[in-house]
Design a protein around this ligand. Structure first.
Ligand code: EPZ
Length: 421
């Protein structure tokens, strides 16, 4: 199993390019299953989750081609052959559930594994299934598989109990080829939803309200192929901004960062004392820190609130800030697994259910730690960058799900980091 070795590093300095958004690329790849033609998608990051989604699309009969160098994905779902994929493949990523809406809409039937939970929570899919049922699908759970069918989905009014990102995406996709109008209320507002809607409209869908909490979809008969570019990954961008603050004296510029998607993260970093400048160049954003950051309170909320996917990274920053910060994780029920690992490095963190009280210390002490999930892994790297001595991070496969060559990119910024194995 590979691991990362991070030695005591100077404050990060230099420029790094942000890649395309994993959480926009995954639903857009699933949506391409509805197109009767070739979809050419640019800025698709080379991540293990993307490759799994590629295999899932192929197991349903779609043809795919990915070029790592140009980060271009081609998906041709003109001919789909099967209505199911094997459990071992489907269960690798939760985002596999996003093929439900597209295949139900396109084929009228689909069999897919009920996703299990993961390190950060139970991850139920009840809101997805309620949406499909509202559009007229018959849904059954059969030996761990969801079997859904509908001669023809019919437009309906759907109101989400919670602004679930995945449920919003699945219902939009199911409604795209349904008969009639669907109005979805209490939609998630994440930028990745808007990107999905923009992609669908670019291949012939009739969708309005993207970016608001009410999205209207008028069903169309079919979708064509097309060409599209994925938005920048706001969480990768936020992770590099946080890494730049791991030690006083950081001076990092990001290329291809969409600052409009980073408002809550930029605001919090400024509150903690970082100097952030939105440069004139396209997607250019720079961050500087002269002193240790000041602690602040952080509460995760659905967009445009502070993103839960940046919570772990900010816990690492609070761990080396001056003063006490209180974190509240309102989105997932078990997303503090990284706290125990940071405590081994000398962090002073007290967890009580969804609240974490963090008292900053001047320096953490490097030691062997284990990544429990994707963002926890990123947080441990940030903690290691602010630590004395050597840190060894196991469980690197979690990181590779959402960060393309993060060790290389951080080395570019002066971090003493290497990947072994
Ligand atoms: C997406 O997951 C992201 N993944 C997650 O990013 C992100 O943390 C999350 O949205 C919240 O922003 C992708 O886009 C691939 P949700 P998703 O449905 O869609 C509950 C990362 O690190 N819920 O908005 O699964 C659920 O249990 C990943 O890149 C239900 O109760 O998130 C959770 O508590 C991690 N019933 C909350 O809603 C449902 O049917 C938010 O889940 C669906 C969700």
């Amino acid at each position: 199993m590979s691991r990362l070795i991070i030695e005591e590093s100077p404050p990060l300095a230099g420029r790094v390019r942000v890649g395309g958004s994993k959480n926009a690329a995954l639903p857009i790849m699933a949506a391409a299953l509805m197109a009767r033609g070739k979809c050419v998608i640019h800025d698709v990051p080379a991540l293990s989750d993307i490759f799994v989604m590629q295999n899932i699309i192929e197991s349903y009969g779609g043809a795919t081609e990915y070029d790592c160098k140009s980060e271009r994905m081609i998906i041709d779902a003109s001919e789909l052959g099967r209505h199911t994929a094997d459990y071992e493949l489907i269960s690798k990523i939760r985002a596999s559930f996003l093929i439900l809406g597209p295949l139900l809409s396109r084929l009228g039937e689909v069999k897919t594994a009920m996703p299990g939970g993961c390190a950060i929570g139970g991850r139920p899919v009840d809101l997805h299934l309620k949406g499909m049922a509202a559009l007229g699908a018959q849904i059954g759970l059969n030996h761990g598989y969801i079997e859904a069918s509908a001669a023809k989905l019919r437009g309906a009014e759907v109101h989400l109990d919670f602004p679930s990102v995945g449920a919003t995406e699945n219902i939009i996709m199911a409604a795209t080829l349904a008969k009639g109008r669907t109005i979805i209320g209490n939609c998630a507002l994440e930028p990745e939803i808007t990107d999905l809607c923009n992609f669908l409209v670019s291949i012939g869908a009739d969708i309005s309200g993207a970016g608001t909490d009410t999205i209207t979809v008028n069903g169309v008969d079919s979708l064509n192929g097309g060409e599209y570019r994925i938005i920048p990954d706001r969480i990768e961008a936020g992770t590099f901004l946080a890494a730049a603050c791991a030690r006083p004296g950081g001076d990092v510029s990001l290329e291809n960062a969409d600052t409009a998607h980073l408002r809550p993260v930029i605001a919090k970093l400024r509150e903690m004392g970082a100097q952030i400048e939105e440069k004139s160049g396209p997607g250019l954003l720079s961050i500087k820190t002269d002193d240790r950051l000041k602690a602040a309170d952080v509460k995760t909320l659905p967009y445009p609130g502070f993103p839960t996917d940046m919570q772990a990274q900010f816990m690492a920053l609070l761990a080396v800030s001056t003063g006490r910060g209180v974190m509240t994780e309102t989105v997932f029920e078990n997303r503090y697994m990284h706290a125990a690992e940071m405590s081994r490095m000398g962090a002073c963190i007290k967890i009580d259910s969804r609240t974490a009280v963090v008292d900053g210390v001047r320096n953490l002490a490097g030691c062997p730690v284990k990544a429990t999930d994707l963002r926890a892994g990123a947080a441990l790297i940030i903690a290691a960058l602010g630590a004395d001595g050597v840190t060894e991070i196991f469980g690197v496969h979690h990181l590779e799900r959402g960060y393309d060559r993060i060790d290389e990119k951080l080395r570019q910024l002066g971090a003493r980091i290497i990947k072994i194995g």
